[in-house]
Design a protein around this ligand. Sequence first.
Ligand code: 8D4
Ligand code: MN
Ligand code: MN
Ligand code: MN
Length: 333
Amino acid sequence: LDSIEVDQTYDGVRLQKEMTQEFIDDMIERFKNGKKIHKKYVFQIIKAVRDIVHDEPTMVEVEVASETKLTVCGDTHGQYFDLLEIFRLNGYPSEKQGYLFNGDFVDRGSWSTEIALLLYAYKWLRPKYFFLNRGNHETDDMNRVYGFEGECKAKYNEKTFRLFSESFSALPLATLIGKKYLTLHGGLFSDDKITLDDIRKLDRHTQRQPGQAGLMMEMLWTDPQPQPGRGPSKRGVGLQFGPDVTKRFCENNGLEAVIRSHEVRMDGYEVEHDGRCITVFSAPKYCDTTENKGAYINLGPELKLEYHQFEAVPHPDIKPMAYATNSPLMNMM
Ligand SMILES: O=C(O)c1nn[nH]c1-c1ccccc1
Ligand SMILES: [Mn+2]
Ligand SMILES: [Mn+2]
Ligand SMILES: [Mn+2]
């Protein structure tokens, strides 16, 4: 990294050894105006966050300190201008305003590198107040097809994607809030006996990609269903789990509810399974087509769930999947 020089003509704020709020504020404006940051800084940010998240447990445990609030966001899928709308409405990340992004930061929307770099910059600046769960779109197979790999190569280079891919494999898979709410991207398991300890003990570093079976795959891929029991997934991988599965899991693990994302909801969120399974989705007007709202969830020190909805905001005229080179459509050409 030291070998790469940022020449005099670079018009952005410079990044030294540590992340600064000043750098982030400048980066937000540059991305809003369709500009990029220097590739040296891209590599620095991704490497710093890869090292930070690598050493976090597979299930991170957070408390909401007094006079602070923690906001849980779901899928953002490269919709950068809608992410800024969350920060505008709810408050930018700070010591008093924590955030947890519950996977699927990238793919689909065509500002995936901007979202990934902004979330990573905040993670580097305040690693104890800013949390990231891995989603099924933080994986090579999805990024190859749904746009993130193509966008990394188009806006930066191949090494950028390789570094992001490594960092995605290091991300935690779940975050427990106040010992009451387990947050993870997809959902619950084929085995009723899985406990929080099993998730804590999962060594995510030996298995870089979720594959077609196992705990990691199920945490990133499964969906709730209204019928009791378990059923086949509509996605061809994972399964669907009913209200009884959620009830048993919550009772066995002393949880109030599971907060997950992974699926669009017209209201941006939905409380299912008698209140024990909550879906939150933060990409309004998903892919510029679905007429859904976005939502996020606020929790104060007393851990009450407060649901907030928001509408999509205008963005530059770049279509979803603008950089996808291996998308199913392209493959048909
Ligand atoms: O891209 C999405 O909408 C998505 N979000 N989570 N999972 C998917 C997905 C999975 C398989 C095929 C297509 C989309
Ligand atoms: Mn390792
Ligand atoms: Mn998604
Ligand atoms: Mn997903």
